[in-house]
Design a binder for this molecule. Sequence first.
Ligand code: SAH
Ligand code: SF4
Ligand code: F3S
Length: 479
Amino acid sequence: MKTNIINKPDMKLAANRQKDATVFSYLNLDKFDAIKSLVKGLKYFIKTYGCQANVRDEETMRGLLENAGYLPTENVENADLIIINTCAVRENAEDKVYGEIGNIKYLRKHNKNLILAICGCMVEEPEILQRLLDVYKEVNLFFGTHEISELYSLLYTCLTKQERVIAVESKPGEVIEGLPVCRNNSFKAFVNVMYGCDKFCTYCIVPYTRGKERSRRFVDVIRECQTLVDSGYQEITLLGQNVNAYGKDLNEGKDFADLLEEVAKLGIPRLRFTTSHPWDFSSKMIDVIAKYDNIMKFIHLPVQSGNDEILRKMGRRYNREQYLALVKEMRRKIPSLTLSTDIIVGFPNESEEEFLDTVSLVDEVKYEAAFTFIYSPRKGTPAARLKDNVPYEVKSQRFIELVKHLEKHIEEYSNSLLGKVYPVLVDGPSKNNPDLLSGYTESNKIVHFKGSKDLIGKIINVRINESHTYSLLGEIVDE
Ligand code: SAH
Ligand code: SF4
Ligand code: F3S
């Protein structure tokens, strides 16, 4: 099969951050009409890994595909188009994808017309892309995070020519408006407020895979949120790799606090946002969160490490004292606040003492939720070039130790909820026990309880009867 290289990724270009104004453009509809007659009734299947940015990208792709006439299928074996939407943030995220492609590549033997596509963050990393190209000959379409709006023309090429298509451009990044969306959920929605990341934390691949930090226009975000409110949505989560940077690239004179306030005023019952970098979390933002009841008092505030030297080597732009001062201000102004975090254990050459600073920070902040990761070197990032003197077994030991401390605090928090009544947005049947329903409290804690399926998508009151570290059991009360 001929290989058609439209673009290949380039880490140098991907790291380029000229202070050019953000470019806005629209969906490429070139091949839309042509494709409609080719795909009518064909079925697609998408499997997504990684963060909410990828989940939201899947919804855009589903919108594009269904507008063109593709139908969804849950059964991968029936699909005429399979898209694996990948994540490259850590090696284990990558390994899952290799496993998945290994499992499905045989399908091309049975269906020569099958389009097997890989997109997302993995294909943005040149060495990973090369490995995928070399090992998985069955995959005939590779496209990057900047090419979703080109999907019609890419699919058109695959449908009309026996070619393997590679389209991964490492451009600084545009904002594309006018993209359709087919949402995965009818009461909880993700809304992108900005794309990309300019923080370049030294361990992280995201700034290379997602490009320049760029904001959507204020009116475009508000319009999308208004549509969701009008269609009865109960919860909106505003998305960005670092939402606090919102607006800095626009000349609109608005920042994230302004945007958050304006969305809160639309009257959505629950408003969340993720992720916030501690470096540019403003007091103005804290005040807005405190002021509006419908902004959930739950903040994900990744700390990564509690040691100043490690934070400096990570390029995080704050020190322990500044982070703790921010937490103090938040807890003072928002008494019901719950905090969650991300922590990396075993950054290159992390000493035992440096690690213990992270443990003591955890004991000081007493997080209500947390995600802990063992450092995973990512090719092309500055940290991956550091020699590392810490054996993996030591990192694993530290990981276990840290999780013990985190779980103690999380458990204490869970226990403090016992006997009290909290509003819960009902999500659906419980994953482990279909006889129960599950939903989330305002503080993002999962609760399981008995109830009728009619309640799915509604906010109800639940009394907490039993607490486990990561979940709660309760019963519905009429209040
Ligand atoms: N923009 C968000 C999310 C980034 S990825 C943020 O800054 O919070 C989510 C988490 O993955 C990060 O917070 C970090 O804790 C972790 N992570 C990123 N790169 C990693 C790496 N190379 N090894 C281990 N964990 C990593
Ligand atoms: Fe990665 Fe840092 Fe950007 Fe988060 S802020 S996406 S950790 S570079
Ligand atoms: Fe993964 Fe890309 Fe998100 S690397 S965490 S899917 S931005």
